[in-house]
Structures are given as structure tokens and as C-alpha cells.
Design a protein. Structure first.
Length: 536
């Protein structure tokens, strides 16, 4: 892939039509029944959390007037093309919108898995071939998305195109793996949940039984979280398998495709259990697993090492916990500094040698480097509170509300509004509260903020990478010492322990860390280490 990935080059194209024989007008049916939210509305609502609305396009047949009218009433963007040659419809839409990377969806899948789209985006930042086909495997039917390049979409084989290629947009890509790199990635966010049993679940609307099931899913899951994903669906199938018997007899059309040969270079990434170690370890290990998969490795993600696999390389992101294994790579383990060939730091650390004070090596999702088209709002303070309890959440809120709705002095920065992610619901109505957000939404919140208040960790690095004015608070004794280190060595203002925050304490007005260059390269050492193991 030439150049740097831009989110402006990525479009969500949803092929849709009303002319279904098995369930007429199925894409306009309401979920739940008798509501004003159709299948297409659910799709658009979900995609709008990731794509700008002008990059979400319904591709519809030219004679489907009722569908055109419906989309117009919703102010949804549409593109009209051939009814029978769906591939041609995509090609013309790609030219019209200058789309370089195409996320293909269909109008009968209301509950597409948003986390999977995140990982497709991440994979795009690493793929080097201009011709590719990309998807996540192991998801319930109807929750996945495929992605391919415009170059692959326009690739022509010799002779007239068979009818199956005009009816099925990307079939000509999948049938020629010698031309188009085929990436079939494991879903890192599902960990050990996936198997063939759950990938056969039908979360799509083809027949009345399918519609009955998706309405049932909304009742069980959507009323709690309208953007529930494959993880919640699979867990529901484990807990209440009888629900999915509703449409288990509905048959699905499949195509026999060439087998994609996958190398047997295996590696296990062991990450800290989020409930004990925080979510940062898991998030960055998911990104690392995708990166290594794209590079040809068969990756296992787990919270446990496998002592029985003696030759299996292990990458350990579990702080100072160690195992007796022959091939281990340590991440952020203070007993194994990055001067060792099998160790790297994903975050700055007091024990790491400081060879260049002008730049800091780190690792996070490559999505943190992309422009998510959010405009920075002056005076916006973002707080990442993680798993803070009620008293800790109150403590941080009391400190921040003193800066709202007051005339600030020249020494005091203007803080006009506060958004807090995590912790417990605030008592003060002036604080916008987001208990849980997707990773891409989290990046958008960072990008739209002027200030970020958090504790030492991954959020600190991703906010610094976006050039934000970051300050820290200590939530544990370890974070207190790291906060002092960050202030001394990196110039990140440290407010002190959370328990000591008071209404008499000013907010920082100088942020010298903005002069430090962050270099997202810590993962490259892991790749080099793995290559040395498999070459020896």
C-alpha cells in the first residue's frame, strides 16, 4: 500500500435493495417491532460512530424508487447504479467518491461488529500490497465486514466476467489469491470465545425467522447497549443457546474458495488480566497481535503462558511476572531493560536508559496516529478515570468543577467543559460522563480535547502523541512514583496523589512535554526477535 493511510480514503459502502423474495422490504423492517428504527437505521447508527457521515453510502439499484425516497427522508447518502451488476455499482461508486479502501456491508445485517471494523482499520495501516482482501474470521454470520482496495475491485481477469462475479462484488478478488493478498484475521477482542459453533450463528435478516431472532437480540442486548457486538452475542449463545434455535434451520448460500495457506510460525502473547492490570495491557496486545498476524505469524492471545509448549515463543506483557520458558520476550518488565535483545518498553520507565531526551519510544494502536477528523475544542478537558470507585470519582470531580463557570486569571487556563470516561456516574451535572466507549470513540474524544487528565499509562502516551496538554494524578503508590518520574524526566505536570487534590490547587498552565517527539517503534524489536527465532 503506497503512502500513509488516511481515514478520508476509507468508505463504508452498503449494498441494499427492497426486492427480496423471501422477506419483502426486510431492510426497512423495524427493530424492535413497531419502532421507528429500521434495519438500515441500525446499520447507519453503528457506522456513524466510526465513519464520517459523508463516507457512509448506500449503494442501491437505479429503479428502487421507494428505497431512494426512504434514504432521502433520513438524509442518508446514497449512490444509484446497476440492479444486476452489483460489482459495477461498487466500481462506479468508488470512482465517484474517490474511495481507496472499501468496507463492504449489506443492508440486511443490522448488528455489524464495530470492534471488527477497528481491527480492519488497524490492519490497513500495515498492509503493503496494493491488492488485498481483508476480513475477520470466527464472527457470527452477519456481524462481519470485509474490506478490499479499489485496485483489487477494478482488477480484471481475462475474458468475459462470469455472472457470479457481477452478482457478488468481491468474489473475483477471493478467487485469485495469487493476485490479491488474502488476510483472514483472528478477532483479538474475542480471545478464546470463538469456534465453528458460534461462527454459524445467523445474525442477518433473510427470512421471517431471522427477523424474529434479531428482534429477540435487541430485547436481550440492545436495550442495554445499542452497539453490542459479537462478544456479547457469543456470550449470550453460551448462556442461552435456545434463543438461537429460532433461525438455526435457515440455510445460507456459500461459495467454495481457494484455501489460503497460512504459515505455521506460532507465537503466544500473554497479557495481564484487565480486572487486575487495567485495560491498557489488553488493548496494546490486541494491536500487537494484529500486527504480527499481518506479518505472517499465527498468534494466540491469552492471560496464561503455556509451559507445555517448550519451543513456542511467548511475548509477556504482565509487568514483573515471569515464567520458565526457553523463548520469552518481556514488555515493560523492570527486571528486563530494553538494552536486552528480548525486552522492550511500551511506556517510558525510570529503569530505561535515556539515550535521547528529545524522543521517546512507545507502542500503541496505529489508529492513534490517524486523523479522525475531530476538531479540537478549546477549553475541553478530557478525564480518563478507568476503574476508579465512587469516592475516587467524586474526588476528581470536586477538583475539576471549581474551574468551570468561573472567570479565570491570566495564569489559569480556561476549562469550559469536562468529559469523564470511566469511574462512577458524577453527581455534578456539569460533567459529561461516558462509562464506556469504543476505542475509536476514545481516540475521537482525545482529539477533540485541549487538556487530558489521567494517570500514568497508555492514555498518557496516546494523548501526548496527539499533542494534547496532558497532566497526571496518582491513583496508587506505583502511579504516584511514575507520575513524579513523568514530571521530572518528561515534563508532564503531576498534580500529586488523587487523595490530596483540593479546591485550592490550581490547574497546570505550562506543559513542556509538548516538545518531546514520540516514536512508535517499540513493536519492531519484537518482530526482529521473532524472525531471529524462526531463522535459527
Amino acid at each position: 500500500m503506497s503512502g500513509i493511510l488516511s481515514t478520508l480514503d476509507c468508505f463504508a459502502f452498503i449494498q441494499a435493495r427492497l426486492g427480496s423474495t423471501r422477506l419483502p422490504n426486510k431492510i426497512l423492517k423495524s427493530i424492535p417491532e413497531n419502532s421507528n428504527t429500521s434495519v438500515l437505521d441500525h446499520i447507519h447508527n453503528r457506522l456513524s460512530t466510526i465513519f464520517p457521515k459523508d463516507q457512509i453510502v448506500f449503494l442501491i439499484p437505479e429503479n428502487d424508487k421507494n428505497l431512494i425516497d426512504f434514504l432521502n427522508t433520513r438524509n442518508y447518502q446514497s449512490f444509484v447504479g446497476s440492479e444486476l451488476d452489483v460489482r459495477d455499482r461498487f466500481r462506479k461508486a468508488s470512482l465517484h467518491f474517490n474511495a481507496k479502501h472499501i468496507f463492504r456491508l449489506t443492508g440486511d445485517n443490522p448488528f455489524v461488529d464495530l470492534e471488527s471494523i477497528r481491527y480492519l482499520y488497524e490492519a490497513l495501516t500495515t498492509i503493503s500490497n496494493t491488492h488485498y482482501s481483508l476480513s475477520i474470521v470466527g464472527l457470527p454470520l452477519g456481524m462481519g465486514v470485509e474490506c478490499f482496495s479499489a485496485e483489487s475491485l477494478f482488477y480484471e481477469t481475462e475474458g468475459p466476467a462470469p455472472e457470479r462475479h457481477t452478482e457478488h462484488v468481491s468474489l473475483h478478488i477471493k478467487e485469485h489469491p495469487e493476485i490479491h493478498d488474502q488476510y483472514r484475521l483472528q478477532p483479538p477482542h474475542l480471545d478464546q470465545l470463538t469456534n465453528d459453533k458460534y461462527s454459524s450463528l445467523r445474525i442477518t435478516v433473510d427470512e421471517p425467522k431471522d427477523y424474529e431472532l434479531v428482534c429477540k437480540l435487541w430485547q436481550k442486548l440492545g436495550s442495554k447497549d445499542p452497539f453490542f457486538g459479537a462478544k456479547e452475542v457469543i456470550q449470550l449463545a453460551k448462556d442461552n443457546p435456545e434463543i438461537f434455535s429460532i433461525n438455526s434451520s435457515v440455510e445460507q448460500v456459500v461459495f467454495q474458495l481457494p484455501k489460503v495457506q497460512k504459515e505455521s510460525k506460532k507465537v503466544r502473547i500473554v497479557y495481564g488480566e484487565p480486572s487486575q492490570f487495567g485495560s491498557g495491557h489488553w488493548e496494546r496486545c490486541k494491536s500487537l497481535s494484529l500486527y504480527l498476524e499481518i506479518k505472517g505469524y499465527n498468534v494466540e492471545l491469552s492471560t496464561k503462558a503455556d509451559p507445555n509448549s517448550k519451543n513456542l515463543p511467548h511475548i509477556l506483557d504482565v509487568r514483573e511476572n515471569e515464567y520458565t520458558l526457553p523463548n520469552q520476550f518481556y514488555i515493560d518488565n523492570i527486571h528486563h531493560p530494553p538494552t536486552e535483545p528480548n525486552a522492550s518498553f511500551f511506556l517510558p520507565n525510570p529503569v530505561a536508559p535515556k539515550t535521547n531526551l528529545e524522543s521517546v519510544s512507545y507502542f500503541s494502536s496505529p489508529l492513534s496516529e490517524l486523523d479522525w477528523t475531530e476538531i479540537t475544542m478549546k477549553g475541553h478537558l478530557l478525564v480518563y478515570a478507568g476503574h476508579l470507585n465512587q469516592e475516587e470519582s467524586k474526588q476528581i470531580d470536586r477538583y475539576l468543577t471549581q474551574f468551570l463557570n468561573q472567570t479565570n486569571s491570566e495564569e489559569q487556563p480556561n476549562i469550559d467543559f469536562v468529559t469523564r470516561i470511566g469511574g462512577t456516574p458524577p453527581i455534578d451535572g456539569n460533567i459529561k460522563y461516558l462509562p464506556r466507549v469504543s476505542y475509536i470513540q476514545f481516540l475521537k474524544e482525545i482529539q477533540s480535547s485541549e487538556f487530558v487528565l489521567t494517570y500514568f499509562g497508555q492514555t498518557m502516551m496516546e494523548s501526548m502523541a496527539k499533542g494534547k496538554k496532558v497532566c497526571l494524578v496518582g491513583i496508587t503508590p506505583v502511579h504516584e512514583s511514575l507520575g513524579k518520574f513523568a514530571e521530572l524526566e518528561l515534563g508532564i505536570p503531576y498534580l500529586g496523589p488523587l487523595s490530596s487534590l483540593s479546591t485550592n490547587q490550581n490547574f497546570p498552565d505550562v506543559f513542556p512535554h509538548s516538545k518531546i517527539k514520540l516514536v512508535r517503534d517499540a513493536h519492531l524489536k519484537i518482530l526482529k526477535w521473532l524472525e531471529s527465532i524462526y531463522e535459527s
